[in-house]
Design a protein around this ligand. Structure first.
Ligand code: UN1
Length: 515
């Protein structure tokens, strides 16, 4: 593939404007106050200016969201709330290409992955609509005659959603679609790298609200940097703060929200590994690992970063993975080109982090077997295209234990299953994990309490690309939150336990006698 031609920034800006207009964002807010910009990692250039928020305007958004919550949304029946999300799902199907184009322009994802991200939004809409009739509470047998014991789930209030650049629309939708059917209102602060996708999502949601007669105040988007996010963190009217990003961000946010007794839902870094057993189907290993490690240019929180391979097959697995990476080298480039598999890193920071990690790995005795070089520098000096790298490591040194948000796959080897699990769990993060094996007992041991310590544990597939139906999130430094499917909705509601006496007597629990 000839990677010479990158798109022109003006064409990308035009493409973004067209997609935005189709999503209902007619007039971009011209900066009058806080001036921000929309950029594209495809060329590293500015697309156009966008007005950003200030802490004061973020506070006004929280006020409006709180008003809509108390005056309208919490009392709207959940299945009626579901209609809003149903309509959003229809609009997302209609505007799938528009949103995907914006995701590619702003986040640099290849077209197929950008479409996949929008598909995750559509899927969570379907899930949330079903959920709107299934916000079940339990009833329990009361120990007292003539009494009923039960629980009810109520909306929480305003949910603050802080999202990262790498899944600029899907992670918003996991939080927002579930929060909306749960009766909450939402204030969203997207990454300041992806303001346009956020405006487009907001535009579509506002159109859905108008179409079904839901109040516009159920959703607000606040653009900007750290100080705008902090306004949400510190506002005690934000009942739940759901934040996706780095461990450092989570460590800054969590104590502040805890100090005001708010709730946090954290989805932070991962340092995901796959264990490759001697019985593994190596074809699955190579395909699963290459997608998980190099897809999205290594910028998913579920990206495969460590391959822990049994010593009997480590040579063969490494050779096959390196061969596959050699083919990838020629498919780095314009993410709009259907032949491309690896788009740009989102910023120079990712590139610097990659260079630093590779030199630290080499200092630790690592050997870069393929990749690591920068591409297309002559065409666009401010864009950061890189060749995904595979690095053989003699040990799990400090750099391997850190999450570097770039396409580096470290290969380590092991002798016993216990050693593999120890290496696997020997990192601070605990998001996603896999084992490739045909030995059922070994797979079960990896899935057991003494196996992987992650929130996501797979067998014979890679670490990334989870479906929305399961709960998404992880342990340890990953922050412990769960979003998306299964019973994650419970984080967006408050539970009330109710005891109802219909018996006319007043027996006390635990046999206590009084008066
Ligand atoms: C993220 O990287 O923050 O499992 C989310 C996956 C996607 C979601 C990733 N469904 O890779």
């Amino acid at each position: 593939m000839d990677t010479a031609a990158l798109p022109d920034t003006r064409d990308l800006a035009e493409r973004a404007r067209t997609a935005l207009a189709r999503c209902g964002v007619e007039r971009l807010r011209e900066p009058v106050g806080a001036a921000g910009v929309a950029r594209t990692p495809l060329t590293g250039q500015i697309l156009f200016p966008v007005e950003f928020d200030t802490p004061a305007s973020a506070e006004r958004a929280v006020t409006a969201a709180r008003d809509t919550f108390t005056t309208a949304w919490r009392d709207t029946p959940a299945p009626v709330r579901g209609r809003l999300v149903h309509r959003l799902g229809e609009l997302l199907r209609e505007h799938k290409e528009d949103l995907a184009a914006l995701v590619t322009v702003e986040a640099g994802k290849i077209h197929s992955e950008a479409l996949g991200e929008v598909q995750e939004m559509i899927d969570i809409c379907d899930f949330a609509v079903g959920l709107s009739r299934q916000l079940y509470g339990r009833t329990m047998p009361s120990e007292r005659p003539g009494h009923r014991l039960m629980e009810t789930w109520h909306p929480l209030g305003v949910v603050g959603v802080i999202t990262a650049f790498n899944f600029p629309v899907a992670v918003w939708s996991w939080n927002t679609c579930v929060a909306l059917v749960c009766g909450d209102t939402v204030v969203w602060k997207p990454s300041d790298t992806t303001p346009l996708t956020a405006l487009a999502c907001h535009g579509l949601l506002m159109r859905a609200a108008a179409d079904v007669g839901a109040p516009a105040g159920v959703h607000h988007v606040v653009l900007g940097g750290r100080e705008v996010g902090e306004a949400l963190v510190e506002d005690d009217r934000v009942a739940l703060l759901s934040a996706t990003g780095s461990v450092a961000m989570g460590q800054a946010v969590a104590p502040k929200v805890a100090a005001r007794m708010g709730r946090c839902l954290l989805e932070l870094g991962g340092n995901n590994a796959a264990v490759v057993a001697p019985s593994a189907d190596l074809d699955l290993v190579v395909r699963g690992s290459v997608f998980s490690a190099a897809g999205t240019a290594g910028q998913r929180c579920t990206t495969l970063r460590r391959l822990i391979v049994h010593e009997d097959v480590v040579e063969e697995v490494t050779d096959k993975v390196v061969d596959a990476y050699k083919q990838l080298r020629d498919r780095v480039g314009d993410p709009f080109d259907e032949e491309t598999l690896v788009g740009p890193l989102v910023s120079e920071r990712g590139y610097t982090a990659m260079r630093d990690a590779l030199s630290r790995a080499e200092a630790d005795g690592g050997e870069v077997l393929v990749g690591g070089g920068r591409r297309l520098e002559d065409e666009a000096e401010d864009a950061y295209y890189v060749e995904p790298a595979v690095v053989r490591m003699p040990a799990q040194s400090e750099v391997v234990r850190e999450e570097t948000f770039a396409p580096i796959l470290y290969v380590l080897s092991y002798r016993t299953f216990e050693e593999a699990v120890e290496l696997h769990n020997g990192v601070p993060q605990g998001l996603s994990s896999s084992i490739f094996t045909q030995d059922q007992a070994e797979a079960e041991r990896f899935l057991s309490a003494a196996g992987s310590d992650c929130g996501i544990v797979n067998v014979n597939i890679g670490t990334s690309g989870a479906e929305i139906g399961g709960a998404f999130g992880g342990e340890k430094d990953t922050g412990g939150g769960r979003e998306s499917g299964s019973d994650s909705w419970k984080a967006y509601m408050r539970r009330a336990t109710n005891t109802v006496n219909y018996g006319g007597e007043l027996p006390l629990a635990q046999g206590v006698r009084f008066l």
